[in-house]
Design a protein around this ligand. Structure first.
Ligand SMILES: *[C@@H]1O[C@H](CO)[C@@H](O)[C@H](O)[C@H]1NC(C)=O
Ligand SMILES: *[C@@H]1O[C@H](CO)[C@@H](O)[C@H](O)[C@H]1NC(C)=O
Ligand SMILES: *[C@@H]1O[C@H](CO)[C@@H](O)[C@H](O)[C@H]1NC(C)=O
Ligand SMILES: *[C@@H]1O[C@H](CO)[C@@H](O)[C@H](O)[C@H]1NC(C)=O
Length: 332
């Protein structure tokens, strides 16, 4: 939903007025979607990165969100269309009044089933993935104890225990930022476990954020072999996911589905169409995991200028391209 501020400037309005215009656009797009029979509509309302903006602007935005969440008129619309509302993201980062209002609205609409509205707030896709991996690790923590190959990992943890006060509890700490040394070393430890666990994740994990050199013992060899094999197989035209499925039985406990279940977006299927205003074709940390076979449509209009015409065009393009997209999906 970008372009609100540019819209205000273009129309010589106050900055906040752009966001209000953007909100009107959101509500009308939501209604159009429901009327067209779209079952899931997701909006990227506020990124974690947006917290870096000017504090006054953030405050105005949060005040506006609170107002809109509590607005009776919106509740009537949700009721009328049978819309269930989810707020997803790192909701702890929100101010308490906004979070409480959001939770209340989620509860109030929990029985509606005709259409699902998902508002991504304090969200980034990377944060979602990290959160999901952490959740999967936590869930599997007890299950991994009896497995012999994980003993090598326990050994690795014992070595660092003193520094980090681990006391036998595996710290599942991840860090996106490379700046904080403490976080970095903890993140490294966490990835030691998760290398062990995540070997079966498609593509073998992201080297920058997950790969670790500090694993001792047999698992390291296994993992190196695995990576070499993946590289060979990929270049031979065999898809990595096939390979990773074979490997899953052997040395990994956390599977793709475990992570998907932990995603904030687990409440909805992967989207078919992603529309981004202002002609930008970057995803900007939005639904990176979920958009692998998604049609990207980026009209030049600023978000408040987006209307039924753009939606109709997006759906038309999707329909024209449907058989192509389906074919691609089944090739995976
Ligand atoms: C929800 O959908 C059902 C079946 O299509 C319909 O009968 C019902 O009126 C809808 N409810 C609302 C609130 O739109
Ligand atoms: C949703 O349905 C459940 C079970 O029928 C009921 O107990 C609950 O009060 C309903 N919630 C709302 C908000 O209507
Ligand atoms: C990868 O391919 C090279 C060259 O074909 C081969 O020498 C090597 O053994 C292969 N590695 C694995 C792990 O299969
Ligand atoms: C469908 O997708 C393909 C591949 O991206 C593209 O070349 C083609 O132009 C698209 N067709 C339509 C009708 O959008």
């Amino acid at each position: 939903m970008d372009g609100n501020r540019r819209y205000a400037k273009k129309k010589n309005m106050k900055k906040g007025a752009g966001h209000r215009a953007g909100f009107l656009s959101l509500m009308s797009m939501l209604k159009y979607c429901c009327e067209l029979g779209v079952k899931y509509v997701t909006f990227y309302a506020f990124s974690i990165d947006n917290f870096k903006r000017n504090p006054d602007e953030i405050k105005d935005l949060m005040d506006m969100m609170l107002e809109k969440i509590e607005l009776q008129g919106n509740k009537i619309i949700f009721n009328q269309y049978g819309i269930r509302v989810y707020f997803i993201g790192n909701l702890k980062l929100l101010s308490e009044p906004v979070r409480i209002a959001a939770e209340k609205l989620m509860r109030a609409t929990a029985n509606s089933t005709n259409c699902t509205l998902i508002i991504c707030i304090a969200y980034t896709s990377r944060d979602e993935i990290v959160h999901a991996v952490q959740g999967s690790c936590k869930n599997k923590q007890e299950e991994i104890q009896p497995l012999s190959f994980c003993k090598a990992n326990n050994g690795a943890f014992e070595e660092v225990e003193d520094n980090n006060n681990v006391n036998g509890v595996i710290p599942f700490v991840f860090s996106e930022s490379q700046e904080d040394e403490a976080a970095k070393s903890q993140a490294t430890m966490a990835s030691v476990t998760c290398c062990c666990l995540a070997g079966g994740v498609e593509g073998g994990g992201d080297k920058n954020s997950m790969a670790v050199r500090a694993v001792h013992g047999s698992y390291e060899d296994k993992r190196d072999n695995y990576q070499a094999m993946m590289e060979n197989r990929t270049s031979n035209g065999v898809t990595p996911s096939e390979e990773s499925e074979n490997m899953q039985g052997e040395c990994s406990i956390i599977k793709l589905v475990d992570i998907e279940k932990q995603m904030y977006m687990a409440v909805a299927p992967d989207p078919d169409i992603l529309m981004r205003s202002t002609g930008e074709s970057r995803l900007s940390n939005f639904l990176l995991w979920q958009t692998r076979e998604c049609l990207l449509y980026s009209p030049h209009a600023l978000w408040p200028e987006i209307g039924l015409w753009h939606l109709a065009w997006a759906v038309l393009n999707f329909q024209r391209n449907h058989s192509y997209l389906e074919k691609k999906k089944h090739q995976l």
